[in-house]
Design a protein around this ligand. Structure first.
Ligand code: HEC
Length: 155
C-alpha cells in the first residue's frame, strides 16, 4: 500500500467525487420529474357538458353586454380571443373567476352561485377554443388558483 504513487492516490479520490456528483445530478433530475407539472387552460380543464350548462347562464346574465359569442359590446370588453387572452395571460383561473364574481354581472355583482360562475367560465373557455377534458372545473377557489391562464400553448 505504501508503494502507491501520489498520482495513484489522486485518481480514485477524483473518481469518488465524480460518482457523488453524478449521483446528485440523478437525484435532482428524478426529484424534479416527480413534481406534478403545473396545469394550464391547455390541459383540458373543463368538460363539454359544463360549457353547455354555462351557455344559457351566460346568455341570461352576460351576453347583453359582452355579446352572444363573447365578442364584446359597445361598452364591455370581449371575453374570448386575443385581447382577452393577453389581459389574463400568466394569471390563474382562480383570479379570473374571483374577478368575475366580485364585479359581474356589472349591474348585479356576486348575484350567482359559485357553481354558476364556474359553469359560465367553462362556456367562456369553450368560446376561446381552449381544449375540453374529462373533468369539470371545480368550484374550489384554491384548486382554480392552480390552473394557469396562458394565452399560448407551451411547447
Ligand atoms: C351591464 C353590462 C355587463 C354585464 C351584464 C356583464 N358585464 Fe362584464 N364587464 C362589463 C364592463 C363595462 C366591463 C369593463 C369594466 C370593468 O372591467 O368593470 C366588464 C368587464 C368584464 C371582465 C374583465 C374583462 C377583461 O378583459 O379583463 C370580465 C371577465 C367580465 N366582464 C365577465 C362578465 C361575465 C362572466 C358576466 C356575466 C356573469 C358579465 N361580465 C356581465 C359589463 C357587463
Amino acid at each position: 500500500m505504501q508503494g502507491l504513487s501520489p498520482a495513484g492516490h489522486c485518481r480514485p479520490k477524483g473518481l469518488h467525487h465524480f460518482v457523488i456528483f453524478v449521483f446528485l445530478v440523478v437525484l435532482s433530475v428524478v426529484g424534479s420529474a416527480q413534481q406534478p407539472a403545473p396545469r394550464s387552460v391547455w390541459d383540458g380543464v373543463y368538460t363539454a357538458e359544463q360549457a353547455r350548462r354555462g351557455g344559457p347562464l351566460y346568455a341570461q346574465h352576460c351576453s347583453s353586454c359582452h355579446g352572444t359569442t363573447f365578442e364584446g359590446g359597445e361598452m364591455a370588453p370581449p371575453l374570448a380571443g386575443g385581447t382577452f387572452n393577453a389581459n389574463w395571460n400568466g394569471l390563474s383561473l382562480g383570479d379570473l373567476v374571483e374577478r368575475i364574481r366580485i364585479s359581474m354581472p356589472q349591474n348585479s355583482p356576486n348575484s350567482l352561485s359559485r357553481q354558476q360562475y364556474v359553469d359560465i367560465l367553462a362556456a367562456m373557455l369553450g368560446g376561446g377554443e381552449f381544449p375540453q377534458g374529462s373533468a369539470e372545473l371545480p368550484r374550489e377557489i384554491d384548486v382554480l388558483r392552480q390552473i394557469a391562464f396562458e394565452s399560448m400553448k407551451r411547447q
